[in-house]
Design a protein around this ligand. Structure first.
Ligand SMILES: Cc1cc2nc3c(=O)[nH]c(=O)nc-3n(C[C@H](O)[C@H](O)[C@H](O)COP(=O)(O)OP(=O)(O)OC[C@H]3O[C@@H](n4cnc5c(N)ncnc54)[C@H](O)[C@@H]3O)c2cc1C
Length: 378
């Protein structure tokens, strides 16, 4: 199909990706501007060939959800509060920490599909147009707008049509699908991967605590989920032999039962895997630049976090909100809005790196093993 700007759908901002970052951007900008959100998947949070991981929401997210006017609606969604965690990290015995003194209250264990779907509905209820399954095929400068805007060829359910916009938002997750077209580069800091299985705890035996446990070639994570479900995950580096155990449920569960304290806790919960699981990259990465002429990136498309930080969804919501504010100023003619947004990400990235180094640095039992020697510096 040949693009003709005359017949194009018009939007002030087009967002590619309807995960937490894209929908947070859309729901904050839609009351002020015309926002179109595209996602290649019609159902949120389901990975092809398996279930999705990423469900621990930090207590501080309460502030963001309150700022966005979403707190009461979030509570009504029925996610499980998380009052603390147990870790086997830096020594062989489990240590418990609770959130009782956290001024933001508890953290949350999300039903991730429900959470992402709810954010999509919130964006639509505030006026954003959501088109799924849809993706941009071609992206060019819009000659009719003095090089100011963009012309997209969008594919939606087998149809192709043009869309014209002044601002493009890359909310496409770790692949940064738009920003890469504009020459932005992702710097990857490590080779962390994650394999996981989902399942159920026995009725009445679920513990509400998050579990983190270090082992010679990586670390374990487990969290109870709403409706009696649970996720169990193993993290290691892609180039280590242990990565073979992360790829499939059978080897992962065998490794769990032979080598972890976590397996005893899961037995106490009556955990039974149900065959759903997956494997994905989980490394730290940063996009540079995170904004340019008429575009910006939000969420994982801008900054990818190690899951140990439990910071990904919080960052997606935060950058979605901050980018919506910057977008409104940009669309009003402020030339510093997009560069200012990008500059604001640098301190987040630096603080994250410092905290991550400190967390890995607490575990010194296996400094001679590759996974830990790469992360724990003398
Ligand atoms: C193993 C693992 C565990 C994690 N655990 C946690 C956790 O416990 N707590 C936490 O806070 N965070 C966690 N995270 C991170 C968290 O899941 C992400 O930070 C969060 O999903 C980022 O949201 P996003 O909207 O930026 O990207 P995503 O959620 O990845 O959404 C991107 C969207 O873009 C769409 N898309 C991509 N390309 C295109 C295209 N070309 N056209 C149209 N649509 C496109 C996708 O379909 C998707 O819907 C974890 C991550 C990993 C890898």
């Amino acid at each position: 199909m040949k693009l003709t700007a005359a017949a194009a759908i018009e939007a002030d901002a087009v967002v590619v990706g309807a995960g937490p970052a894209g929908t947070a951007f859309a729901l904050n900008l839609a009351p002020l501007r015309r926002v179109l959100v595209l996602d290649r998947r019609d159902t949120p949070a389901i990975r092809i060939g398996g279930s999705r991981i990423g469900e621990s929401l930090a207590p501080a997210a309460r502030r963001l959800l309150t700022d966005m006017g979403l707190w009461e609606a979030f509570l009504a969604e029925g996610h499980s509060p998380c009052h603390g965690g147990r870790s086997v990290w830096g020594g062989p015995l489990p240590v418990e920490a609770d959130n009782l003194r956290d001024l933001d209250g508890p953290g949350w264990h999300l039903d991730r599909g429900r959470f992402d779907g709810w954010l999509r509905r919130m964006a639509a209820s505030r006026g954003a147009a959501l088109l799924v399954p849809a993706q941009p095929l071609a992206v060019t400068r819009d000659g009719t707008k003095d090089g100011e805007g963009w012309l997209l060829e969008v594919e939606n359910a087998g149809r192709r049509f043009p869309v014209r916009t002044r601002l493009l938002v890359d909310a496409g997750g770790r692949g940064s699908p738009l920003a890469k077209r504009f020459g932005a580069r992702r710097t990857v800091s490590d080779r962390l991967v994650c394999g996981w299985v989902h399942g159920r705890d026995a009725p009445g035996r679920q513990s509400g605590l998050t579990w983190i446990e270090a082992e010679p070639d990586g670390w374990w994570y487990s969290a109870p989920l709403p409706a009696g479900r649970r996720v169990v995950a193993f993290h290691t580096d892609a180039d280590l032999p242990a990565a073979a155990d992360a790829r499939d449920a059978g080897p992962l569960l065998r490794r769990l039962s032979c080598c972890s304290v976590l397996s005893q806790s899961l037995s106490a919960c009556g955990f039974e895997p149900d065959g759903q699981g997956g494997f994905c990259a989980a490394h730290s990465s940063a996009l540079s630049p995170a904004a340019g002429d008429g575009w910006l990136a939000v969420g994982d498309a801008a900054l990818g976090f190690d899951p140990l930080s439990s910071q990904g969804i919080f960052n997606a919501l935060y950058t979605g909100l901050a980018a919506a504010e910057a977008a409104d100023r940009h669309l009003s003619g402020d030339p510093g809005a997009l560069p200012g947004y990008a500059a604001g990400l640098a301190p987040i990235r630096d603080a994250y790196r410092t905290h991550l180094r400190a967390w890995y640095g607490l575990e010194r039992r296996w400094r001679d093993r590759p996974f830990w020697s790469r992360r724990v510096k003398e």
